[in-house]
Ligand binder design. Structure first.
Ligand SMILES: [Zn+2]
Ligand SMILES: [Zn+2]
Length: 108
């Protein structure tokens, strides 16, 4: 494998290469390479990536956000439903302040 120092840019033969694109395995100069999602890509590969996945990803993200909203509402509803249920189940003696006189072992 040749050292990066001796490589020339794929687009500019006169320029020294600074990085290698992981997608097309070509060397590129500072001007031709860009950072995208913590990855260093050449302009051509970036354009290729930008053309397809983002639309899919955006649709998925919207769907995911919608699902999260629905799930959040469901959890909130269930939470308050359980609170209501447990409040209804409280014996009258709780409100009368006589709850602590009840013999819990015998049930009454
Ligand atoms: Zn590339
Ligand atoms: Zn270049």
């Amino acid at each position: 494998m040749q050292s990066l120092a001796f490589q020339r840019c794929f687009n500019h033969a006169a320029r020294e290469a600074v990085a290698r694109c992981p997608e097309c395995k070509q060397y590129f100069c500072r001007e031709c390479i860009t950072e995208h999602d913590d990855r260093v890509l050449c302009a051509a590969c970036l354009a290729k990536l930008a053309r397809k996945p983002p639309i899919q990803r955006r649709a998925f993200l919207q769907l995911w956000r919608l699902a999260q909203c629905a799930l959040g509402l469901l959890i909130a509803w269930y939470f308050f439903f359980l609170i209501g249920e447990s409040l209804l189940k409280l014996p009258d003696s709780f409100h009368e302040g006589t709850l602590w006189h009840v013999n819990w072992v015998d049930g009454k």
